[in-house]
Design a protein around this ligand. Structure first.
Ligand SMILES: Cc1cc2nc3c(=O)[nH]c(=O)nc-3n(C[C@H](O)[C@H](O)[C@H](O)COP(=O)(O)OP(=O)(O)OC[C@H]3O[C@@H](n4cnc5c(N)ncnc54)[C@H](O)[C@@H]3O)c2cc1C
Length: 408
């Protein structure tokens, strides 16, 4: 693609910055990269999902074989670690345990082992005595050891991506919200809270607002973003020795989230969570954060009521756990019996952007939609931080193909 191609990227989370970096990168045999303009509404990069997650570099064992999540994450667990190391961002391949504490969980752990094999993620089955070698405080009847799981600091990854973009001459604009998009035969214009911006194409990586940004560009996203808050506690520093690495429960295959787990972060702290409760605002990090517009849009969406019917019991129990530290501690004590409510101090929550169909189905895979001069990333839940470089490659490919087709 010639240097004259220009692309607007909406959103300065890890997906937007990775897409922008991929587009701006000079490519061997194809000359210099695109002119890239990144528009981020917050005054800092990674202010939402990316800067408020568990920091795990996932290995790819959970996902439906053949899905984008499965294929991208398998490559991503290596590429994200390599990117972190190359740019001096803290990262470790620390491995994790998925632990079963009841007989039905052992059956599900067997199914997970088969899925890991289908996804070519090496895992090792552990008996109780072997579990103690990795996590002495865990009491479980079986576990899977996943060596390829790692941890990093995704905010620092975003800083490195922004530096790379600056080196390639990208136009990086913080505190700039995109309010509308207009595409025509010659290009695309983003109206913003600052001056309007014109380019050949636009990529929407607006996370919790991606459906609205797509709709403002005349697209029919076909899904609505439902915000699910994930709340965390942290283990008191003097109790961190209860956990060496990452300890996960066996996920319930009927549910979209992995269940509260214990994660040793790159700074040595141990985070516990996240749970999953409906947020009353798209960026609602506390129960008191309420947006009438956001809540009404959720409640007016037919898919929400279909979802609520399916997951009513789970939703009620998640709310009860959100309101009771004792219940939160009890969920963690299933994994590490020594943990009590006194060991936990609250820490910052995150909100997941989860796409929901009108039929009430949570979109499981990454969802990317292409329109005239536009590419919209409409569902990028976990493991999208891990997979950001692979998502970027796919999105950049679509932008390039779209521009080639438009320019004849
Ligand atoms: C609690 C939690 C734990 C998680 N744990 C993990 C994990 O351990 N590992 C993993 O791989 N993934 C994890 N994830 C998922 C991961 O964080 C996300 O998949 C990833 O961060 C998505 O990145 P993004 O760039 O799409 O979204 P975001 O990081 O939310 O970025 C979107 C950006 O768009 C900006 N924006 C929105 N609207 C506009 C507008 N109109 N104009 C300009 N800018 C706009 C926002 O301000 C925001 O900065 C977790 C997520 C959560 C919430």
């Amino acid at each position: 693609m010639a240097r004259s191609s220009s692309v607007i990227v909406v959103g300065g989370g890890i997906v937007g910055l990775a897409v922008a970096a991929r587009l701006a990168q000079p490519r061997p045999g194809a000359g210099s990269g695109c002119e890239v303009i990144v528009l981020e509404k917050e005054p800092t990069w990674a202010a939402h999902q990316t800067g408020r997650n568990s920091g795990v570099i996932h290995s790819g064992l959970y996902y439906r074989p053949g899905s984008r999540k499965a294929s991208m994450c398998q490559a991503a667990s290596a590429s994200m670690l390599a990117f972190a190391r190359e740019h001096g961002v803290p990262a470790q391949r620390c491995g994790k345990l998925v632990v079963a504490v009841t007989q039905p969980e052992v059956e599900r752990l067997r199914a997970l082992q088969q899925r890991a094999e289908a996804n070519q993620v090496p895992v090792r089955w552990l008996e109780p005595s072997e579990i103690k070698e990795f996590e002495p405080k865990v009491a479980a009847i079986a576990a899977l050891r996943v060596e390829s799981t790692g941890i990093t600091d995704y905010r620092a990854i975003c800083t490195a991506l922004a530096e790379q973009l600056a080196d390639h001459g990208a136009d990086l604009r913080l505190s700039t919200r995109v309010t509308a998009i207009r595409a025509d035969g010659q290009g695309v214009t983003a109206e913003t809270t600052g001056p309007a911006v014109r380019a050949d194409a636009l990529v929407n990586c607006a996370g919790l607002h991606s459906d609205r940004v797509a709709a403002s560009g005349g697209q029919r996203p076909g899904v609505r973003i439902i915000p699910f808050r994930g709340e965390y506690y942290e283990l008191r520093p003097e109790r961190r020795d209860l956990v060496r690495g990452l300890i996960y429960p066996v996920p319930d295959p009927r549910l979209p989230f992995l269940g509260v787990h214990l994660t040793r972060m790159v700074d040595g702290s141990v985070h516990a969570g996240p749970n999953a409760v409906l947020a009353l605002r798209r960026e609602g990090y506390r129960w008191l954060d309420l947006s009438v517009r956001d809540t009404c849009q959720t409640l007016a969406y037919p898919g929400f009521w279909r979802l609520a019917k399916t997951y009513l019991a789970t939703g009620v129990s998640e709310v009860a756990r959100s309101l009771s530290k004792q219940r939160f501690a009890a969920a963690l004590a299933r994994l590490v019996p020594g943990i009590t409510a006194d060991d936990l101090v609250p820490c910052a929550a995150g909100v997941r952007a989860q796409a929901l169909t009108p039929a009430g189905a949570l979109v499981d895979d990454f969802l990317i939609q292409t329109g005239p001069r536009q590419v919209h990333v409409l569902n990028a839940p976990s493991p999208a931080a891990t997979s950001a470089l692979e998502i970027a490659a796919e999105v950049a490919g679509r932008v390039t193909a779209g521009l080639r087709a438009t320019n004849g």
